[in-house]
Ligand binder design. Structure first.
Ligand SMILES: C[S@@+](CC[C@H](N)C(=O)[O-])C[C@H]1O[C@@H](n2cnc3c(N)ncnc32)[C@H](O)[C@@H]1O
Length: 293
C-alpha cells in the first residue's frame, strides 16, 4: 500500500462521499447482477470507500466484510451505512494481512475502482491474496480504471494483465465488459471483469456467460474493447491534492464498531482445529466471525 494514496483519501473523504454515494451500487450493474449468488452469501468489498457497495449488498441480505485502509473513509461509511450486516476492517492490498490470517472465505470478492492503486510490482502478490479469500466457485469482481493519474496515486491497468494473473491462478474468465466513467469524464474509461475460482481448481478456460447487453459482452480472451465508451453518471470524483484537513478518524478509530474484530489466526485456535482440513477450519472461522463478537 502507498501511504500517500491513503493520505489522499483521508484528506478528501468528506468531499468524496457525496459523489460516491450518488453512483449506483455495483450490485445493480447489469454485468454483475445476474451472476451473484443468493444472500446470505459472503461478500468482501476491498477498498470499500464510503460503503456504498457494502451498504447495498447488506441491504440485499448478503453478509459483508468491508475492507478500507483510509480511516476517514471508514468514518464516512459508518455515518452513511450503519448496517449490522457489515463488518468493517482496516486492511489493504497487497498484503491484506488481517483478512488473510482470519481464514475467512467469501463467495464474492469485489474491488470496485481499487486495482489502479496497487503498483504493478505488487499485483502478483495482491492477486494471490485475493484468490486466497475466495471459496471454491466464488467470484472475483474488479473494475479496471483506464486513464491518467489525477494526483491521488494511480497506475496503469490492463485487462491483459488481469487475464494473465487469472490464468496463473487457474481462474475462469466469466465476463469482461467495457464500462463508462460514471462521472462522465471523457479521458477515463473502465473495464468490469468477473472471474470465477473453479470448484475443482483445475480449469482456466474462459466462459462467456450471457450478458443482458449483448453488444457490451466481451469474452475475456478477446481483450479490451476499442472505440468510445458511452458516457454515464459520475463514478469517482476527479481532483488532485488538496490541503490535508483535520481528520475525524481519531474519533472513529476509538469506536468499537470500527475496530478490527477478527478472530485470532486459524493456527492459534486449537490443536484440534489445526488438524482439520483447511476448508473446514475456514468454514468454522467464517461462521464464528460472522456471528460477531
Ligand atoms: C476510487 S475509491 C473507490 C471506493 C469504492 N470502492 C467505490 O467504488 O466507491 C478507491 C478506494 O480504495 C482504497 N484503497 C486505496 N489503496 C488501497 C489498497 N492498497 N488496498 C485497499 N484499498 C485501497 C481507497 O482508500 C479508496 O477508498
Amino acid at each position: 500500500m502507498q501511504p500517500s494514496v491513503v493520505s489522499w483519501y483521508d484528506s478528501n473523504a468528506s468531499r468524496l462521499a457525496g459523489a460516491y454515494e450518488a453512483v449506483p451500487p455495483i450490485i445493480s450493474r447489469d454485468w454483475l447482477a445476474d451472476l451473484l449468488p443468493r444472500p446470505p452469501a459472503v461478500v468482501i468489498d476491498i477498498g470499500a470507500g464510503t460503503g456504498r457497495d457494502a451498504g447495498a449488498f447488506a441491504a440485499a441480505g448478503f453478509e459483508v466484510i468491508a475492507i478500507e485502509p483510509s480511516a476517514c473513509m471508514r468514518v464516512q461509511a459508518e455515518r452513511l451505512h450503519q448496517v449490522p450486516r457489515i463488518r468493517w476492517l482496516p486492511d489493504s492490498l497487497p498484503t491484506l494481512t488481517t483478512a488473510s490470517r482470519s481464514g475467512i472465505a467469501a463467495d464474492v470478492v469485489s474491488l470496485n475502482a481499487v486495482w489502479q492503486h496497487v503498483g504493478p510490482a505488487d499485483r502478483p502478490r495482491a492477486f494471490r491474496k485475493l484468490v486466497g479469500l475466495l471459496r471454491s466457485g466464488g467470484l472475483l469482481v474488479m473494475t479496471l480504471r483506464h486513464g491518467r493519474d489525477d494526483g491521488r496515486g494511480t497506475h496503469p491497468v490492463s485487462l491483459a494483465e488481469v487475464e494473465s494473473l487469472a490464468r496463473s491462478h487457474g481462474m475462469q474468465g466469466v465476463r469482461a465488459v467495457p464500462s463508462p466513467d460514471l462521472q462522465g469524464r471523457p479521458e477515463i474509461s473502465w473495464t468490469a471483469v468477473v472471474l470465477r475460482l473453479p470448484d475443482d481448481g483445475t480449469g482456466a478456460a474462459a466462459l462467456a456467460a450471457p450478458h443482458p447487453h449483448g453488444s457490451q459482452e466481451r469474452d475475456l480472451q478477446a481483450g479490451p474493447a476499442s472505440g468510445a465508451v458511452p458516457r454515464s453518471r459520475q463514478f469517482c470524483r476527479a481532483g488532485g491534492g488538496g490541503r490535508r484537513r483535520a481528520c475525524p478518524a481519531a474519533v472513529g478509530l476509538g469506536r468499537p464498531e470500527l475496530a478490527p474484530t477478527l478472530p485470532a489466526p486459524c493456527e492459534d485456535r486449537s490443536a484440534a482445529g489445526a488438524r482439520q482440513p483447511a476448508r473446514c477450519r475456514r468454514a468454522r472461522l467464517r461462521r464464528s466471525w460472522l456471528a460477531g463478537p
